[in-house]
Ligand binder design. Sequence first.
Ligand SMILES: NC(=O)C1=CN([C@@H]2O[C@H](COP(=O)(O)OP(=O)(O)OC[C@H]3O[C@@H](n4cnc5c(N)ncnc54)[C@H](OP(=O)(O)O)[C@@H]3O)[C@@H](O)[C@H]2O)C=CC1
Ligand SMILES: Nc1nc(O)c(N)c(N[C@@H]2O[C@H](COP(=O)(O)O)[C@@H](O)[C@H]2O)n1
Length: 219
Amino acid sequence: MVVHVNAATSVDGKLASRRREQLAISGPADFARVERVRAANDAVMVGVGTVLADDPSLTVDDAELVAEREERGAPPQPTRVVADSTARTPPDARVLDGSAPTVVLVASSAPAERVAAIEDAGATVVSAGAERVDLPAAVDELAARGLVDVMVEGGGELIFSLFEASLVDELSVYVGSTLIGGRDAPTLADGEGFVADYPDLDLVGVERIDDGVLLRYDC
Ligand SMILES: NC(=O)C1=CN([C@@H]2O[C@H](COP(=O)(O)OP(=O)(O)OC[C@H]3O[C@@H](n4cnc5c(N)ncnc54)[C@H](OP(=O)(O)O)[C@@H]3O)[C@@H](O)[C@H]2O)C=CC1
Ligand SMILES: Nc1nc(O)c(N)c(N[C@@H]2O[C@H](COP(=O)(O)O)[C@@H](O)[C@H]2O)n1
């Protein structure tokens, strides 16, 4: 199992503004790279905060990349995965539009009627954890379903939890040349934050793309 976190930040480490609206930090070449990373993975995962803020599709749109997946015997699209403890994913969200398989990870305490609405929209609901999605159990469950290479696109709450659980194998951060600011703006890793035992990453790549820099780390 390989968990690869990929995200784009401003020079000051923000994922978006304090309004938490979707913001294009990547340029065209970086978005094309992100699409290639999606296509190389079995699953593309986000937290429900990103679904509510961005309403992403998380699909591979480039027909050549879809064809390449099919040539190697993979399904045309990676499976979309949402970490959503209380089943807040709206039934009309793009991740539930049927254009790719979707797994929604919930806690066992998630309200049954909201779980049913997500299932009615065509997603597979997987329960892991009592009150909040238990990420180690969830990734094991994904692997058992053949989803072994997982790309995580954010946001900051989910990314922090994955680092806290020592589940991240690779991190790619595209640092765009824009400054967002704001103490309440989401950052690459939010959550409670570390106060000791800070993850020590191994810088393995630096590349200029568009007007920013892609930093790659082994974790
Ligand atoms: N620039 C970029 O590359 C990206 C930017 N973004 C931006 O980030 C923002 C959204 O980020 P953020 O608000 O942090 O949302 P996240 O996408 O990280 O989702 C956070 C939510 O995920 C749920 N969740 C379920 N299980 C867990 C767990 N074990 N650990 C942590 N979270 C869990 C929680 O809700 P619950 O408790 O209900 O389960 C939590 O509130 C938006 O502004 C978006 O535009 C997002 C992705 C990429
Ligand atoms: N790599 C990257 N660069 C940015 O500038 C971004 N804003 C994001 N956001 C992520 O991409 C998702 C959008 O996906 P779709 O295009 O709708 O498929 C968004 O939800 C974030 O996860 N990423």
